[in-house]
Design a protein around this ligand. Structure first.
Ligand code: ATP
Length: 259
């Protein structure tokens, strides 16, 4: 297993803590093209970990393996002490409620109102809150967290791109997950709206005390939200450390990320 260049870890990543999410030696090839070549990751409780990689580096492949949409060739993925590849469908479904996703684009259901979009995961995973019948308080709470209670009866196409992203964040939060996975949370947004989303991510992290895995190309987003970063190069975690430490690195491959 190839070890990452550890440029400077934050105190959170101390090995005395048990990671809430751990990826070990993940490998995935397509034909003779190795995309992930022994990728490792540990996400600790309450931490904001950013993964940066150039286009085609294998970030989406990693995310798909992580959520069980793609099988890796080898390696393990452990979420809250459970190996996801060893779980049956029902247990995997249950574990998924502990992971909130905010994918590229907002991926709201266009034919549903904001309220219905937020109710959807609640109905699907009723068991999580003891078979609740009145979803309204949870919907309102999640919308309040993102400052959009007044949009509850609107359709997604009546919202701006930034508002849609915020509603998608509310939907990711509604099941009160322990982990949030952000895949390019600021892509396609103008700089001001991006800043608003980044600020919201920080606020939500504090309120819900979630652990966040943030996949981004956006250096500004990484600077503001990350406590620790992993640079994914050639299918491995090439370098790890704080934003400041990585930015100060003299390594050419690391420097290329900050140009
Ligand atoms: N199902 C697939 N079949 C064949 N090749 C694939 C498949 N999925 C991904 N790849 C290849 O794996 C490589 C990594 O793709 P991936 O989408 O993970 O990149 P990425 O880092 O997410 O890029 P971007 O930042 O542009 O989204 C690419 O070369 C892609 O063509």
């Amino acid at each position: 297993m190839k070890e990452a260049v550890n440029i400077s870890n934050s105190s959170i990543s101390s090995d005395t803590h048990q990671p809430i999410l751990e990826i070990r030696d993940l490998k995935k090839s397509f034909g003779n093209k190795a995309v992930l070549n022994g990728f490792n990751l540990k996400l600790y409780e309450g931490e904001n970990l950013v993964i940066m990689g150039r286009s085609g580096a294998g970030k989406s492949v990693m995310v798909k393996c992580l959520v069980g949409l793609m099988l890796p060739d080898s390696g393990s993925i452990n979420v809250m002490g459970q190996d996801i590849n060893a779980l049956n469908r029902m247990d995997l479904d249950k574990l998924r409620t502990e992971i909130g996703f905010l994918f590229q684009g907002s991926a709201l259901y266009d034919s549903m109102t904001v309220r219905e979009n937020l109710e959807f995961p609640l109905r699907r995973h009723k068991h999580k809150f003891g078979n609740i019948t009145d979803t309204e308080p949870l919907v309102l709470e999640a919308l309040e967290r993102v400052g959009l209670v007044n949009t509850i009866d609107l359709m997604p196409n009546e919202l701006s791109g930034g508002m849609q992203r915020r509603v998608a964040l509310a939907r990711a939060l509604i099941l009160k997950p322990k982990i949030i996975l952000y895949d390019e949370p600021t892509s396609g947004l103008d700089p001001i709206t991006s800043k608003e989303i980044i600020e919201l991510m920080r606020r939500v992290q504090k309120q819900y005390k979630t652990s966040s895995l943030i996949i981004t190309h956006d250096v500004d987003c990484a600077r503001v939200v990350s406590e620790r970063m992993i640079l994914l190069v050639d299918g491995v975690n090439y370098a790890e450390g704080t934003f400041q430490a990585l930015r100060a690195s003299e390594d050419d491959k690391v420097k290329a990320f900050f140009k």
